[in-house]
Ligand binder design. Structure first.
Ligand SMILES: Cc1cc2nc3c(=O)[nH]c(=O)nc-3n(C[C@H](O)[C@H](O)[C@H](O)COP(=O)(O)O)c2cc1C
Length: 325
């Protein structure tokens, strides 16, 4: 399977593991890269730029294949030294960066001076076109189905991907709602050059996440995610547990939502602890609608091989038969 994505990134299969706060550690990224995809470390999971430098070294000890670093640029209560993280990425010899959140333009000169390939993840066609215009090498188009921040437009991939295919010149990844070979075949058919997955990679043997969290996602249906922070226009798709429901109840009260009422429920430290200790109602965690398609906990290699074989079968057998009748 050769696409513009495999060629540009130097990987075997057009399958990327998107940045995941608290999950994108060396174990995760190396497992995906060793299996022929592109694994991504999440910069802000590391408390300091120095810690990120060490995590990059650790990942390199686990794989000799390409891997990337995600830099998520979002408004935070505590200022984040983004530029220092960017300099560590460059200084560590990383060749591929995934940016997400705000416009990555301020950091592009740093990355471009080192000839790093930049994949910008965005949730609308207008942001994808902007990313292309400012010099990003690739975009990841994140549909409404996705885990984390789907934006406020609520456009699903069924529309976003063909639009991206019509309008973009640079290669793009289909992101949000992908987890099997049907999804990969469909993404390629809609014009994408590969897929980006978060939730599905979280439910693999190597993901550094407590077994109870993985099992909860296996047991979940496509109805088990919730959209929180809608009233704050900073929507996030998370697993629908009792804490997410409490947040929704607060947001459902009349009048403007006060983030201070929600903050204690959604603190990042609580989410981090939940993923490590498996107390399922102790915080929130990002999860996409694709949980409805997840019913096992394979290794990353088993997962990637299965997706590729299934997609090839669909294309070579089902689709070829249909069009050759
Ligand atoms: C637990 C979790 C944490 C995530 N954290 C981040 C993050 O810090 N930065 C980011 O750009 N995307 C983050 N994402 C989004 C993924 O990179 C990816 O875009 C998304 O999961 C794709 O949708 P899917 O889950 O349906 O595959 C996260 C996703 C999950 C499941």
């Amino acid at each position: 399977m050769q696409t513009r994505v495999t060629q540009m990134l130097g990987i075997k299969y057009p399958i990327v593991q998107g940045g995941m706060q608290w999950v994108g550690l060396a174990e995760m990224a190396a497992a995906v890269s060793n299996a022929g995809g592109l694994g991504i470390l999440t910069a802000l999971t590391q408390p300091t730029p120095e810690a990120l430098a060490k995590e990059i070294v650790r990942c390199r000890e686990m794989t000799d294949k390409p891997f990337a670093v995600n830099l998520t640029i979002l408004p935070t209560i505590k200022p984040v030294p983004y530029e220092d993280y960017a300099r560590v990425i460059v200084g560590s010899g990383i060749r591929i960066v995934e940016t997400a959140g705000r416009n990555p333009e301020p950091y592009l000169p740093i990355f471009k001076s080192a000839d790093i390939k930049v994949i910008h993840k965005c949730t609308s066609l207008r942001h994808a076109l902007k990313a292309e215009r400012i010099g990003c090498d690739m975009v990841s188009v994140d549909g409404f189905e996705c885990a984390g921040h789907p934006g406020e437009d609520d456009v699903t991939n069924q529309i976003l991907l063909p639009l991206a295919a019509r309008r973009l010149q640079i290669p793009f990844l289909a992101s949000g709602g992908f987890g099997d070979g049907r999804g990969l075949a469909a993404a390629l058919a809609m014009g994408a050059d590969g897929i980006n997955m978060g939730t599905r990679f979280m439910v693999t043997r190597e993901a550094p996440v407590h077994e109870r969290v993985k099992q909860a996602m296996v047991d979940a249906s496509e109805l088990d995610t919730a959209l929180i922070y809608r009233t704050l226009r900073n929507t996030a798709r998370v697993f629908k547990n009792s804490v997410a429901e409490q947040v929704l109840a607060i947001e459902g009260q009349s009048g403007q939502t006060n983030f201070d009422d929600i903050r204690p429920l959604v603190q990042g430290t609580r989410g981090k602890q939940l993923l490590a200790e498996g107390e399922l109602d102790s915080g929130i965690w990002s999860a996409g609608m694709v949980v409805g398609l997840i019913d096992d906990i394979p290794s990353c290699a088993e997962l990637i091989d299965r997706i590729v074989v299934e997609a090839q079968q669909i294309i070579n057998e089902r689709l070829v038969t249909i069009v050759s009748q």
